[in-house]
Write a protein that binds this ligand. Structure first.
Ligand code: MF3
Ligand code: CO
Ligand code: CO
Length: 263
């Protein structure tokens, strides 16, 4: 299926939406401490998005998802539903924010480490972040989409980690999940995949496991995805625009400006 090219006007709306999503992560960061429940984080984000940003939390009621953000702790890979569980020292948690402003989506997530955590917890968070940036750095017009996944997959393998295959990045704009599918591993079909063009917008959001890549979805809530072997999993996500020369990270946070070159 064809991948849409955004107009100048749409790109401006994507910039606004991306910035707002990034600002939610900045807003919530100081609250992510031992003892806070993920429900409380959800409420804080919901109220900030609705009342301050005058935007819409995209997950709420999306295919029946019951909350405004996803909170995925330890062996939860993605789509964790906020609840009364409190964060505790040693946990790692992914907070995934998607907002809609003026009809356009911004989607981003990052890992938080609660207190002092194990070396392996820190390692999986770091490798997942490196996987995201290694993927982003491949983005420019004219490359096959598959090149992104190949680079990410190679970095995971090099570090004895595995990449989740059941979920991928996605085109994004006026719809939350659109074409193309952005794989985070090498599926061998690089030649057949989309060629990037300036004006495309999509997410890159590698889910990286310390053990096997296999995952299961909860039979109870039909959302929570966990690693089959109960190993830790980490994920980082940005919304990316393909530009004339490379890329623009639409959901870049201030804390990343120093550490990451803007192209
Ligand atoms: N934000 C997730 C993504 O990166 C999707 C969450 S869907 C929800 O694509 F329904 F669980 F919110
Ligand atoms: Co996404
Ligand atoms: Co997301």
């Amino acid at each position: 299926m064809a991948v849409g090219i955004k107009s100048v006007d749409e790109i401006e709306k994507m910039r606004v939406a991306g910035r707002l999503a990034a600002q939610v992560l900045d807003m919530i960061a100081p609250y992510i401490k031992p003892g806070i429940s993920t429900n409380k984080l959800d409420k804080l984000c919901h109220d900030y998005i609705v009342d301050i940003q005058e935007a819409i939390p995209a997950p709420l009621n999306y295919h029946g998802f019951p909350k405004s953000i996803c909170t995925s702790i330890n062996n939860v890979v993605c789509h964790g539903i906020p609840n009364e569980r409190k964060l505790k020292k040693g946990d790692i948690v992914n907070i995934d924010i998607t907002i809609i402003k003026d009809g356009y989506h911004g989607d981003t997530s990052k890992m938080f480490i609660i207190g002092k955590s194990s070396v392996k917890a820190q390692r999986i968070c770091r490798i997942a972040k490196e996987c995201l940036y290694i993927g982003i750095e491949k983005v420019k017009p004219g490359i096959h989409l598959g090149k992104i996944g190949r680079a990410i997959g190679a970095h995971a393998i090099k570090n004895n980690c595995s990449i989740v295959r059941d979920y991928c990045g996605h085109g994004i704009g006026s719809t939350f999940h659109a074409e193309p599918q952005v794989l985070h591993y090498d599926d061998g079909a690089v030649g057949a995949s989309t060629i990037l063009e300036a004006g495309m917008t999509f997410t890159i959001e590698p889910m990286v496991n310390l053990g096997s890549f296999e995952v299961t979805t909860s039979k109870i809530d039909n959302w929570t995805v966990t690693t089959k072997d109960h190993c830790l999993s980490a994920q980082w996500e940005h919304t990316i625009l393909v530009t004339k020369n490379g890329y623009e990270i639409l959901t870049l946070r201030d804390e990343e400006i120093d550490t990451h070159m803007l192209k």
